[in-house]
Design a protein around this ligand. Structure first.
Ligand code: GLP
Length: 261
């Protein structure tokens, strides 16, 4: 696990977008795992800027989103379908056929989840999975006590997540209780993982993820088992880490051949 601490979200997002651009230059059919929430918004803006300047071509790129609220239709402003369309997908030259989000209206959820996993496999797996983190350490919508080897499935949100995410809903009481999310086992199959966290409210979850024990009580701690997971933070999200000086030392002394963020 590599921990990189930048002074703020803007700097971090610029660095990550440059990293994705470099990866895209090497593989034009890059498969990206996408996250939602406020954390990746800056990153998506940076990717759009690079596309508009002719620096990135998304024609052959595929995307798979982590999760979706069950029951919301794709026109609903709170659906992740809407979020992705408005914040990235309609602003770049990606083929909409290659953009995948769990179907929130599926009548046969287990069958749909199997198909979702099958589509990921058909594309050769996810090259780079982008993640945010919930205040209790969830990734995707894998809440505490999620199986560490879980696959795409329906989950029930914790009351804390419902409260956290209600800030995005006009009607605070209308946050869906159920979601479809990639599992921790699904996420762990991505070849590379970039987890981003910004702000004080994420510092405890980051402490538990990076320096705590591996436990399903902090689902993101499974990333300790991933061979290529990078945790990208701002100063605030990193503030509780005990070994932050070491992480900065590692970053400042990276071998010149290492291609990273
Ligand atoms: C939701 C999403 C997660 C996201 C988390 C954090 O619960 N399912 O994928 O990482 O929110 O959101 P934010 O970035 O808004 O803090």
């Amino acid at each position: 696990m590599e921990v990189i601490i930048f002074k703020d979200q803007q700097t971090a997002s610029k660095k990550i977008s440059a990293f994705i651009k470099a990866k895209l230059q090497k593989k034009k059919g890059l498969v990206l795992g996408m996250a939602t929430g406020k954390t990746p918004l800056n990153l998506y803006e940076e990717l759009i800027k690079k596309y508009e300047k002719g620096m990135m071509d998304f024609k052959d790129v595929s995307t798979f989103n982590l999760d979706e609220y069950y029951g919301l239709n794709s026109e609903d402003k709170n659906s992740y379908c809407y979020y992705m369309r408005e914040n990235l997908l309609k602003k770049i030259n990606i083929d909409q056929e290659n953009c995948h989000i769990p179907n929130a209206n599926s009548q046969d959820v287990p069958a749909h989840c199997l198909q979702y996993e099958q589509k990921i496999r058909e594309k050769g797996g996810i090259d780079i999975q982008i993640l945010g983190i919930g205040s209790e350490g969830h990734i995707g919508f894998n809440e505490p006590a999620s199986s560490l080897v879980s696959r795409t499935r329906m989950k029930t949100l914790t009351q804390q997540t419902i409260k956290d995410n209600s800030i995005y809903f006009d009607d605070k009481k209308s946050v869906p209780i159920h979601v479809i999310t990639m599992g921790l086992g699904t996420i762990m199959e991505a070849k590379e993982i970039l987890l981003m966290a910004f702000g004080d409210s994420k510092s405890e979850a980051i402490l538990n993820t990076v320096e705590g024990p591996l436990t399903s009580m902090v689902p993101a701690s499974i990333l300790q088992m991933h061979p290529k997971a990078t945790i990208v933070l701002d100063e605030k999200a990193a503030k509780q880490l005990k070994r932050r000086e070491y992480y900065q030392w590692v970053y400042n002394n990276r071998p010149s051949w290492q291609i990273g963020i």
